[in-house]
Design a protein around this ligand. Sequence first.
Ligand code: PBG
Length: 327
Amino acid sequence: MFLQHRNRILRRNQSIRDLVTETVLTPNDFMLPIFITEGKNIVEEIPSMPGNFRRSLDETVKETKELWKLGIKAVNTYVKVDDKLKDNTGKEAWNPNGLMQQTIKAIKDAVPEMIVMTDVALDPYSEYGHDGIVDIKSGYILNDETVEALTLMSLSHAEAGVDFLAPSDMMDGRVGAFRKALEENGYTNVGIMSYAAKYASCFYGPFRDALDSAPGFGDKKTYQMNYANRREAINEALKDEKEGADMLMVKPAMAYLDIIREVKNAVTIPVSAYQVSGEYAMIKAAAANGWIDGEKAMIESLTSIKRAGADLISTYFAKEAAKLLNK
Ligand code: PBG
């Protein structure tokens, strides 16, 4: 038999496989989503996200120092807001002494080099659990009023010292509005990582448990995208790039690898992807049952997201993966 190419030559042993590997993970690929709650000395595990915790601010600071030592250079911060502070305007979101604002300051004080990216959306502050202000009569989420509220929220994060605003609300025009407000107020070093293509996904379930932020009525389909669509993702990405975003995000990740690749090919700014709570929970649950090897599934899933084109991955595995990769 004569074969011009034997592709197995490059797979023959570990050395040659290592030499021709295209995608290599490092802790520099990761951002870790963290959950902050009021109080002191609180470290509560989130039942549907084993290995991830809600922490009070003091514990969050300790954890951030540890993350830094492991080589993790970015955190996405999410706060759990007391029910008493929730209303339909979301005004607690721009309280200068709110939990998010305190968190930004505390992390930047403790580990100044850590990149802090804050979630910008009203859902944790909304009595209805929606990302924007609800028109009570129709149940519709008001776009322009919400963008005004989110702009106030963004400025308060900038004032507290945030590195990147990460709007996850999917209102139209918010990136442009934030950029203009940042420029006008002298916050010329604050970045915007826009959740450009965020789909209305069932994979956010465990996250909503963690923050007690599930929508009180209806769903998020009038603002988050229909998962059947791909051109729409490119459209969103190009618009956000034009409006002044520094980075984009595609969310979720594993069921959307095609979208990550297409967005990556369409824009010239970095593209991140969010391996969301439900993706994490599925791997953890299957591993706990002994149905898959959890560690291998973690690395394979993260590698696939990077291979698809993600420059950065927001993942609940960040700490575990960094520990493993550092070995
Ligand atoms: C809030 C927000 C959500 C997530 C990130 N920011 C939930 C939602 O849109 O309902 C989900 C993240 C995850 O599931 O890990 N706007």
